[in-house]
Write a protein that binds this ligand. Structure first.
Ligand code: TXA
Ligand code: MG
Length: 339
């Protein structure tokens, strides 16, 4: 398939991306979190192309992106009060809310569930494209299913060139991890996936929220996942990831004495000086924002450099650190070495 690289330095590129989407085609575009692979959310046939290009399991529903709050009304059957409060505080931005869906949502988008995930992104490029197309856009992360989400157009080209109709290059993503997914259809809203907006920030606006057990634990066989995406292996580079929690001293001494071929350290800036093996640093140990921004590209770079075992220094699971930790835990198939 011919994949057009679309330049967005002028209005022509925005209109070209919008036209492709109106024709029922797939376009990868930047958001503030990660790159998304978009299609018209109201066109089931267009949405099927997303699943095919990514190799995405059919029971994993998509997030729908809107540019104005009003655009969610046709998509949902109910707007709980908390939705308005949360939108006032965090939209546009990296928060996805789960609503009861309306009849206008194609089966493919919600993968047969009676709910729909919606978010209003803040990146100016996707906002302009949604407005130019006049459509809500269904968009999962623009990676091959299972691999780390793309935080630059280069990553999208690596995974999906020749499989989709267009790629819009908008530079590097600022947040670097996917949005926080919050289920607001329950009495106590529940975080299904931690992300750029933290539990603490949400609680300041609406009071108590819970965190789904699948954030920190493997979904058992036969157990129903609240968020279907949480049951799949995710974010994995080709290298085997071993997650290590401990002080800089303990981490460094484990890594320096570790015997494995193709060993790489995925470490913090503080660890670098003392390491005697090849490494990639993904920020300072307490700077969770930078870790979030750099994690996925570091995982991809490790593969590019031929790593076969990646010893990852784990952040503390607090604030945005919880989101970083969640992605690494999944990459490590829920195994962690505590030092
Ligand atoms: O930041 C993001 O959220 C990015 C950008 C492109 O917006 N998108 C993204 O989409 O990460 P995706 O498809 O990679 O992840 C969507 C997650 C999956 O875990 C999926 O299972 C969950 O949201 N999800 C979608 N609809 C849902 C629903 N109705 N109920 C529960 N979980 C849902
Ligand atoms: Mg994804």
């Amino acid at each position: 398939m011919y994949t057009e690289i679309i330049n967005i330095n002028d209005e022509v590129g925005i209109r070209r991306a919008a036209d492709l989407l109106k024709q029922g085609r797939t376009v990868a575009l930047p958001t503030e979190t990660v790159y998304g692979l978009a299609a018209n959310a109201l066109d089931g046939e267009a949405v099927k192309k997303i699943f095919r290009a990514k190799g995405r399991p059919q029971d994993n529903p998509l997030i729908v992106h809107v540019a104005e709050f009003e655009e969610l009304y046709p998509l949902v059957s109910e707007v709980p009060k908390v939705a308005k409060k949360l939108a006032g505080a965090f939209w546009p931005g990296p928060l996805t809310m789960i609503f009861k869906k309306s009849g206008a949502v194609p089966y493919e988008v919600s993968a047969g569930l009676d709910t729909i995930a919606i978010r209003m992104p803040s990146h100016p490029v996707i906002v302009r494209i949604i407005k130019a197309a006049g459509l809500p856009l269904a968009a999962p992360s623009a990676n091959l299913s299972g691999s780390p989400s793309p935080t630059s157009a280069r990553h999208v080209i690596h995974d999906l060139f020749g499989k989709i109709d267009g790629i819009v290059d908008g530079g590097d993503c600022q947040v670097g991890l996917e949005s926080t997914v919050l289920d607001i259809t329950r009495q106590v809203p529940c975080i299904l996936r931690p992300g750029g907006i933290t539990k603490e920030q949400i609680e300041q606006v609406i009071g108590e929220v819970c965190v789904a057990s699948s954030v920190l634990e493997k979904t058992g066989d036969g157990q129903k996942a609240l968020s279907p995406g949480m049951k799949y292996k995710h974010y994995s580079p080709k290298a085997k990831v071993v997650l290590v929690r401990g002080s800089s001293e303990d981490y460094v001494s484990l890594v320096n004495g570790y015997k494995a071929e193709g060993l790489f350290a995925l470490c913090f800036d503080e660890d670098v000086k003392k390491l005697t093996v090849p490494y990639l640093s993904y920020g300072s140990c307490k700077d969770y924002k930078t870790q979030a921004k750099l994690l996925f590209s570091a995982l991809r770079e490790a593969d590019g450099r031929g790593a076969s075992v990646l010893l990852a220094h784990s952040p503390e699971p607090v604030g945005i650190g919880l989101a970083v930790y969640n992605r690494l835990l999944r990459a490590a198939e829920f195994e962690e070495l505590l030092l």
